[in-house]
Ligand binder design. Structure first.
Ligand SMILES: [Zn+2]
Ligand SMILES: [Zn+2]
Length: 351
């Protein structure tokens, strides 16, 4: 095998990235080298591509570094200590790499490990011909799942965790955010038996996809009718469940108003900074159950994701609007970096 490969590398402290010939990853005794088949683009990748403040702070001293973290591929090589997978296996990987030593890791909460390393953020990532990850995070895929769908299991896992942290069957669910995780959440709520699904977003194109995913009513936030429409729909009671896939003051305020007393609020979207909250009326008097959703439970969420996809019950392909070779990366990033994004999820696909 050649010792170099093509990779999309963040090279400079400004917008953009560069397709470069780089050394193939070194495979340590506990590592698995994977030939990437598909790698999907995440909001995090966009932040790194655009190079915002967070990116400078987190990656400023690390670059040049290969981007990307959501992927699927075929095991090419395994380290001497690897036992669970072998060359030829079709796999994806949890992108939050736990330390295995902290209190959380030791008590079944690896997804909130206190020393998490993130693939493609703290390490070289998957927008490349090959990626190397520790055996611990490798997840074997059902061969029935297409490459580009299997690549999106990581963000789909966020949606599954946010949606199903409590059962949703026969419940009304209000989803904020028409990005991929919000759109996936509509599909997850649908196949899990939610009685009514409302989706609030900003992009008419993505809201259309939301309908295909199972949203019964889509609302454009720009029209500022959400409060009125939801209260009307629920006869003044409010919804059973709010999934906040955005993380913004206006969404928090409205979501806490629209969730019914005794309801549940899943907070997944990350705000830029501190938000203020109406503790009395939004949480305490409501008897609200508020869940912070970080990553995916390892590996309960992955099993749920696999089951939903392999059974064919959940189809996420309407959300994955673009498949393209890595060479067309700048076109891909342009589609999603506009004020009104022109794509759902983008997948880079490899030969
Ligand atoms: Zn991601
Ligand atoms: Zn840990």
């Amino acid at each position: 095998m050649a010792s170099t490969m093509m990779a999309l590398v963040k090279t400079e402290h400004k917008r953009g990235a560069e397709l470069r010939e780089v050394p193939k990853p070194v495979v340590g005794p506990n590592d698995v080298l994977i030939k990437v088949k598909a790698s999907t683009v995440c909001g995090t990748d966009l932040h790194i591509y655009e190079w915002n403040e967070w990116a400078e702070e987190r990656l400023g001293r690390r670059i040049p570094q290969t981007m990307g973290h959501e992927f699927s591929g075929i095991v090419a090589e395994v380290g001497s200590q690897v036992k669970r997978v072998q060359p030829g296996d079709f796999v994806s990987a949890e992108t939050h790499i736990p330390c295995t030593k902290c209190v959380q890791c030791l008590t079944g909460q690896m997804h909130i490990c206190s020393q998490l390393t993130i693939l493609g953020v703290d390490t070289n990532g998957s927008f490349a011909e090959f990626v190397s990850v520790p055996e611990l995070v490798v997840w074997k895929n059902d061969p029935k799942i297409p490459y580009h769908v299997a690549a999106a299991q990581e963000p789909l896992g966020n949606s599954v965790y946010a949606t199903l942290v409590e059962p949703v069957h026969a419940k009304s669910v209000l989803i904020y955010g028409d990005g991929p995780t919000g759109l996936f959440a509509a599909g997850v709520a649908k196949v899990s038996g939610a009685s009514r699904i409302y989706l609030v977003g900003m992009s008419p194109m993505r809201l259309e996809i939301g309908k295909k995913m199972g949203a019964d009513l889509v609302l454009n936030a720009a029209e500022r009718k959400t409060e009125e429409r939801i209260m009307d729909e629920t006869h003044g009671v409010g919804v059973d469940v709010v999934l906040d896939m955005v993380g913004r003051q206006s969404v928090l305020d409205e979501g806490l108003k629209l969730v019914r007393k005794g309801g549940r609020y899943s907070a997944f979207g990350l705000p830029d900074g501190r938000l203020s909250v109406d503790m009395n009326n939004g949480i305490i008097f409501k008897g609200l159950r508020l869940y912070g959703i970080n990553g995916r439970i390892m590996y309960e969420t992955w099993l749920q994701v696999s089951n939903l996809l392999a059974s064919g019950r959940l189809d996420i392909t309407p959300v994955i609007t673009h498949l393209m070779p890595l060479q067309r990366f700048s076109e891909g990033f342009d589609l999603i970096s506009q004020a009104e994004p022109q794509a759902g999820k983008i997948a880079f696909v490899f030969e």
